[in-house]
Design a protein around this ligand. Structure first.
Ligand SMILES: Cc1cc2nc3c(=O)[nH]c(=O)nc-3n(C[C@H](O)[C@H](O)[C@H](O)COP(=O)(O)O)c2cc1C
Length: 183
């Protein structure tokens, strides 16, 4: 079973998560691809796609790749700066799943917190009054999440993907299709 971890990252959060997942994968054949280095041939049995959340959905490079996939077993992972367990976080994951689930089988997906980049924080601080401008709650959140994704979050995502890949292997031996995970 070959697993490809493919990600895009602007400020390092998704890259940290992707590398942690890759290191934690127990499968015999695995590869790691940063889309900044070009689009790899997607010849894996399982494709794990990692994106940073851009306006409640996948960043463009991953969205474009996701929409081009067909007949694959796909897992999704993402980082975002707002609370990952919020409605916004759920939507950010669902919007990623929507890019692949019609033509592929989704084996699972998790969104975790990343930190807000310095550039974005400076932009929010320079905005006048408005729904997205910096405020005491956002300032506190940026500080609390400054080291995310955490090692525990990374380990959780790796554990989930290992379980799903194991399940896929078990079902393949039995000639049973993997029941896609509705996100
Ligand atoms: C243009 C832009 C749009 C973003 N949109 C969202 C968003 O809708 N929701 C959110 O929670 N975070 C949003 N973020 C924050 C990033 O998703 C978050 O900081 C992420 O962890 C960055 O990952 P990276 O370090 O791999 O680039 C946005 C960041 C940028 C630069």
């Amino acid at each position: 079973m070959k697993v490809q971890v493919i990600y895009h990252s602007q400020s390092g959060c998704t890259e940290k998560l992707a590398r942690g997942i890759f290191d934690g994968l127990k499968c015999e054949e695995k590869t790691l691809h940063n889309l900044a280095d070009g689009v790899p041939e997607t010849d894996g049995d399982v494709i794990l796609l990692g994106y940073w959340v851009d306006q409640a959905g996948p960043c463009k490079p991953i969205r474009e790749l996701a929409e081009s996939l067909e007949g694959k077993h796909v897992g999704l992972f993402a980082t975002m700066a707002f609370w990952c367990d919020s409605n916004h976080g759920t939507k950010a994951l669902q919007n990623g799943a929507a890019c692949v689930q019609e033509k592929n089988t989704v084996i699972g997906g998790t969104v975790v917190n990343g930190h807000m980049s310095r550039k974005m924080i400076d932009m929010f601080r320079s905005m006048g009054a408005g729904p997205h401008s910096a405020n005491p709650a956002s300032e506190a959140r940026w500080e609390l999440l400054k080291d995310h994704p955490s090692e525990k979050e990374i380990a959780l995502v790796a554990e989930r993907f290992n379980e799903r890949i194991q399940l896929l292997e078990i079902l393949r031996e039995k000639g049973v299709a993997f029941p896609g995970v509705a996100i």
